[in-house]
Design a protein around this ligand. Structure first.
Ligand code: GAL
Length: 640
């Protein structure tokens, strides 16, 4: 595979006579892609039906003639102000029942069919006009579905759409009442049009109601995206991409991905560390200029799965961002490191956000490759360096990894509806498992929950899975490697009921969860061997052998060497020990990496990253004594 770089550009922000110079400088920096158009609707159609595409024709021509390939975005994340006159009820509503108004972006409700029709209309116009344009070599649908918490909307449009969706799912309202258990608290409905959205209830709504609403919500994102994809495909053979947002679980990214050719995500390592990490201040301070050493990698692996092998970074942080609580500058070298890391995980392209810092509006404090005065910012030189280094990676492929880790959006929604303990967070549980694997130097494939074949892997982890999909359960049955599931895995049916027989119903592990308790942060349960269970504890009994116990004598892990159920959420110490046990049983070689150091195996190469602020000794990895890797440096090593 040949890897490439690109940049996000907003020709509508700059005088037209600047475009050729920008294009020439992009080419000189070694960039081959330029993404444009995704927020330009008010210039493409300043008034309803008044199409002004000449400027975009010229922009594409200038960029393309300079030698760049254009990724054309559909502008549907930013409907212009007049759209609200046309569809006064198109806004999303928050959980308090307030419309989320015009004046920034993403101010639409996915359920509003009138707006959806306009989104399809503008997509069709773009696809018809540029579908055969030789410079338009890829498409992006919308921009970051779900960003700013915009998947879920409690609008009237969502209410009526949900009722129709429920009628299609259940057929009769009696079936819905039975599935949800609405006899409880006399919540039974007499018809589908009585069903409200699960917000503004006196106390918690029925979790089955919430989960179905989240499924419905996700289906609307899928439908919104699919409608655009169909228009583009009808006119263009170029790949269709969406740029997902980090740590975003508002809709099922796998389901949206099924309609795309390539998945991509927007990687803001420093913004994400400050804005959406569960780690403490000491950790944030340590990695403030580098980003969390596992966060990017997790998303790279996730989107490789979402894109069924084809994925990009569509936006790469180039310097300080504007939107996190604190916005430090990256350590020199990190732009290069982040880019190489994406390539080691199999990215086809890394696209920097953005070309030139905008001196106006919301993101004027957000760095670009150029400063506001068009002089180079520090990231430009690093991008240039990556471009120079890329040819060395030609032909290096990222194949399947020995370790698989299941990630499931439905579980994220279900456990948001029913955390049971304030600290239970599904993303965090999966991510901590991922971090534990990476500390052991293991490379990981993220697996969707409907995976029906595990034979590429030797070790598979299934933490916190809401309900067993049949395909996955039978894949576990047939799997010849080591599988560790739990805590909480398989603990509900898809209708949000406790199964009978009791969970976990894990193939090969005859045991049941008799009772569950959640633990305060100050009451971790010590394990006999080492470490603790925290947050969550399944109290197990049954015929399966006990592998280890908590100090109070209850089973903490049951099963056999190859099939195990873990009864709680392990702390860092226990996570490391248990994962190492499992990896050894699976015959995998493990390392013991300090937190600044990470590796990713990629074909015949092992890529080493130094996320710390000090040089790291990598002699053991490179086989050269005294071999030090500088802070923010990367090394591609041939695996022995
Ligand atoms: C992304 C978004 C971009 C830009 C960027 C700033 O989430 O897609 O349009 O806002 O953040 O970091």
């Amino acid at each position: 595979m040949k890897r490439t770089l690109g940049v996000c550009y907003y020709p509508e922000h700059w005088p037209e006579d600047r475009w050729p110079l920008d294009a020439a400088q992009m080419v000189a920096a070694g960039l081959s892609w330029v993404r444009i158009g995704e927020f330009a609707w008010s210039r493409l159609e300043p008034a309803p039906g008044d199409l002004q595409f000449d400027w975009l024709d010229r922009a594409i021509d200038v960029l393309g003639t300079a030698g760049l390939k254009v990724i054309l975005g559909t502008p549907t994340a930013t409907p212009p102000r007049w759209m609200l006159e046309r569809h006064p009820d198109m806004l999303a509503w928050d959980g308090e029942g307030r419309p989320r108004d015009f004046g920034s972006r993403r101010h639409y409700c996915f359920s509003h069919l009138g707006y959806r029709a306009d989104a399809v209309r503008i997509t069709r116009i773009l696809a018809e006009r540029y579908g055969a344009n030789p410079h338009v070599a890829a498409w992006q649908t919308d921009n970051e579905y779900g960003c700013h918490d915009t998947s879920v909307s409690y609008s009237p449009a969502a209410r009526s759409g949900f009722q129709i969706w429920l009628a299609a799912r259940y057929g009769t309202v009696e079936a819905l009442n039975a599935a949800w258990g609405n006899i409880f608290w006399s919540m039974e409905y007499g018809s589908f049009d009585e069903v409200d959205l699960p917000n503004l209830t006196v106390t918690e709504p029925n979790p089955a109601h919430v989960l179905d609403f989240r499924r419905y919500t996700s289906d609307q994102v899928v439908a919104f995206n699919r409608a655009q994809v169909e228009e583009i495909r009808a006119q263009s053979a170029a790949p269709i991409i969406h740029n997902y947002m980090g740590r975003e679980t508002g809709f099922d990214h796998f389901d949206v991905g099924a309609d795309l050719d390539v998945a991509s995500w927007d990687s803001y390592p420093l913004g994400f560390l400050e804005d959406r990490s569960d780690m403490d201040d000491e950790w944030k301070r340590r990695f403030a200029r580098q980003g969390d050493p596992d966060f990017q990698a997790f998303h790279h692996d996730l989107y490789r799965a979402v894109g069924r092998g084809r994925w990009w970074v569509m936006e790469q942080q180039p310097g300080p961002v504007n939107w996190a609580p604190y916005n430090p500058a990256p350590l020199p070298g990190m732009i290069r490191l982040w880019s190489h890391e994406a390539f080691a995980h199999g990215a086809e392209s890394v696209v920097y956000f953005r070309w030139r810092q905008a001196p106006f509006a919301q993101e004027q404090m957000h760095a670009g490759l150029l400063r506001p005065d068009a002089e180079p910012a520090p990231a430009l030189g690093e991008a240039r360096q990556v471009a120079d280094e890329l040819s060395k990676l030609d032909g290096v492929e990222t194949g399947p990894s020995a370790v698989g880790l299941v990630f499931d959006y439905i579980s994220a929604w279900a456990w948001q509806a029913q955390p049971q303990g304030a600290a239970f967070d599904y993303f965090r549980l999966v991510f901590e498992t991922y971090r534990g694997l990476r500390r052991l130097g293991l490379s990981v494939d993220i697996l969707p929950p409907d995976t029906d074949d595990l034979s590429d892997h030797r070790l598979v982890l299934i933490p916190g899975l809401f309900a067993w999909p049949d395909a996955l359960r039978s894949a576990v049955e047939r799997f010849e490697g080591v599988c560790l599931a739990g805590p909480r895995t398989g603990s509900r049916t898809e209708n949000f009921r406790i199964p009978d027989p009791l969970p976990p119903q894990m193939p090969g592990v005859p045991c049941i969860v008799e009772r569950t308790e959640t633990l305060r942060p100050d009451m971790p349960e010590p394990l006999v061997e080492s470490g603790h269970l925290t947050v969550w504890r399944d109290c197990l009994s049954g015929a399966a052998p006990v592998i280890e116990r908590t100090r109070d004598g209850l089973p903490a892990r049951m099963g056999t060497a190859r099939r195990q159920f873990l009864a709680g959420w392990p702390d860092e110490e226990a996570m490391g020990r248990i994962l190492r046990d499992c990896a050894q049983e699976a015959g995998l070689e493990t390392l013991d990496l300090q937190d600044g150091l990470r590796v990713r195996d990629c074909d015949a190469m092992r890529v080493v990253f130094n996320y710390s602020t000090d040089p790291c000794d990598i002699s053991d990895l490179s086989g050269t004594s005294g071999d030090m890797l500088d802070p923010a440096d990367v090394r591609w090593l041939h695996r022995g």
